[in-house]
Design a protein. Structure first.
Length: 368
């Protein structure tokens, strides 16, 4: 994609623990365009997401997953105020990962991230950057907490022209509030205001003079609001592009549950028409217990296949080189469509020819 050399290309995300592949695809997409690629970590957000601490990988149970990472506790502090775990706690996280995947390709990167990071946000961000480097993704990474101070002029100008409060206050202790009193320490000596997602867009797009912003699907809503506000205020409005994508591949858990399904219903292999046949054979079962278990097995299989797991599972199931190769191939014939003020790429990735299984089991496939 050609957007001009020397222009600022931007993307960002919270520094979550081993997020799902879509977050890495934002960084990858930056490298496919001409310009200066920058990826920011939103480490000044309020700590209200469990994905800062943990993520999911597939498992054969009623939920279709197990959790890896740390115990989540919602806190009214900024993300960068959350301390990293003790070495023993981190060791337990690594042991659990190794129980599922053995000696993984990224275990050393996770330990290096722990060694160099001062906070949990730093640990996650460093891990993200190191894994990106292994994937050949060469972008400049930055923390919003480091660079916000350079946009004081833009802040003063924009805030003076909007009629609603679009920022938090961050206390010296790390507490975050919309009010006058810190919810953590009870003091009123705030360190600085922190923008919400919409104001963040306005500030950084104007301050960096961003030409292209790569958004995630979940961020398109507030991205649209920010774009409309920028238009009214006469601020910089970068082109926004978003890759909407499903990842189709068979990992060990998915293969196992497919094997269990074919054995339960006496079919040779799972293919188009298998669901209809399984439902028919389930209705013919005379044993109520077996019929009930067959229903449970189908639901577990659907949950396993619906899950969007951590990048860890994709790396261990497909391999880093193959992942990047498939991403490049997908972009070659991907169609980009305009939706409102955004450019949308809708292209799923089939790593091993399994998209028809996903389509049959859970009814999703946009691979063309």
């Amino acid at each position: 994609m050609e957007f001009g050399k020397g222009r600022i290309l931007e993307a960002g995300h919270q520094p979550n623990f081993l997020p799902y592949p879509g977050v890495w695809r934002k960084a990858f997409l930056l490298t496919t365009m001409n310009g200066v690629p920058l990826f920011g970590f939103h480490d000044l957000n309020v700590c209200n997401s469990k994905y800062l601490f943990q993520n999911r990988i597939p498992a054969i149970n009623k939920n279709g997953f197990v959790t890896i990472g740390l115990k989540f506790r919602k806190r009214e502090v900024s993300i960068n105020a959350v301390k990293k775990p003790s070495e023993n706690e981190w060791q337990e996280v690594m042991k659990k990962i190794e129980r599922f995947y053995g000696d993984t390709a990224i275990i050393d990167d996770l330990w290096k991230a722990y060694e160099f990071g001062d906070s949990l946000a730093d640990v996650n961000a460093i891990a993200f950057a190191r894994i990106s480097f292994k994937m050949g993704i060469r972008v400049g990474f930055f923390r919003y907490s480091d660079v916000l101070k350079y946009f004081e002029d833009e802040w003063e100008d924009i805030v003076s022209r909007i009629n609603e409060r679009m920022y938090w206050y961050r206390c010296k202790c790390g507490g975050m509030t919309f009010g006058d009193v810190c919810p953590v320490c009870g003091r009123k000596n705030f360190l600085y205001p922190v923008p919400n997602a919409i104001l963040r867009h306005l500030l950084f797009f104007e301050g960096l003079k961003t030409s292209v912003f790569v958004s995630g699907e979940g961020g398109l809503g507030y991205g649209k609001v920010a774009d409309e506000m920028a238009k009214k205020l006469g601020l910089n409005r970068p082109k926004t592009i978003c890759w909407i994508c499903n990842d189709f591949y068979l990992n060990a858990v998915r293969r196992k549950i497919l094997k269990d399904l074919t054995k339960m219903f006496g079919i040779d292999r799972f293919e188009r028409g298998s669901m209809e046949e399984m439902i028919k054979r389930r209705s013919e079962m005379s044993d109520p217990g077996r019929r009930k278990y067959s229903e449970t097995l189908i639901e577990m299989a659907k949950n396993v296949f619906k899950l969007k797991p951590s990048i860890l599972d994709l790396i261990e199931s497909v391999g880093i080189e193959e992942i990047v190769k498939k991403w490049h191939e997908a972009l070659k014939d991907a169609e980009i469509k305009r939706h409102d003020s955004f450019l949308l790429i809708k292209k799923d990735i089939d790593y091993d020819g399994s998209s028809s299984i996903f389509e049959e089991l859970i009814g999703c496939s946009n691979v063309s």
